[in-house]
Design a protein around this ligand. Structure first.
Ligand SMILES: Cc1cc2nc3c(=O)[nH]c(=O)nc-3n(C[C@H](O)[C@H](O)[C@H](O)COP(=O)(O)O)c2cc1C
Length: 165
């Protein structure tokens, strides 16, 4: 079988790349932290397992994300893995300039102070292990301190710009 000719990088349109990457089904998380008593958080699908020993996970946040700036300061965050009924929450935490994202949900403080959103499939509480360059994003590597899993909840799945229901 002959391989398709490789395209030079300049031939790659951003829209094309977005569509291609959107074919990869992902879970949906809200990454949270608490800075000077303020709850901060945003929707993140670019989350991944990284290492079991030591226990590490990663999340990629846009360079201009307010949540990224807050996590850099607090050096701690919680990854709230949303369940299938929480699509509305995913939209609320993605709205730009929205200051009352936490109005839709109950929260409790986790071990780092970062808020745990009620009703999620899983919570992964981390301290900040490293930050790496990721082009127009930064890669937050978290060292996992504690996990809470609700096996009864079905995780939310995002693919091709929509939530699977
Ligand atoms: C389903 C979904 C997934 C998203 N995934 C990411 C992501 O992985 N990384 C990211 O930086 N933004 C992601 N966003 C966009 C952010 O949530 C959005 O830009 C938000 O306004 C950033 O808020 P902040 O500046 O308060 O942190 C996603 C949005 C949606 C709806």
């Amino acid at each position: 079988m002959s391989a398709a000719p490789a395209l030079p990088p300049e031939a790659l349109e951003p829209g094309q790349l977005r569509r291609a990457l959107g074919s990869f089904a992902a879970g949906v998380t809200v990454v949270t932290t608490q800075l000077d008593g303020q709850l901060v958080g945003t929707t993140v699908s670019a989350f991944s397992a990284l290492s079991l020993d030591p226990p590490l996970v990663l999340a990629c946040l846009k360079r201009d994300s307010r949540t990224l700036a807050a996590v850099r300061q607090t050096a701690a965050f919680c990854v709230n893995i949303l369940c299938a009924e929480q699509g509305e929450l995913a939209h609320a935490f993605a709205k730009s300039g929205c200051d009352d994202r936490f109005a839709l949900t109950a929260v409790e403080a986790g071990v780092t102070g970062a808020p745990l959103l009620a009703g999620c499939a899983t919570h992964i509480e981390c301290d900040l292990h490293a930050v790496h360059d990721g082009g127009d994003h930064e890669i937050l590597v978290g060292r996992v301190l504690r996990v809470v899993v609700d096996e009864a909840k079905t995780p939310l799945v995002y693919v091709r710009g929509r939530f699977l229901t």
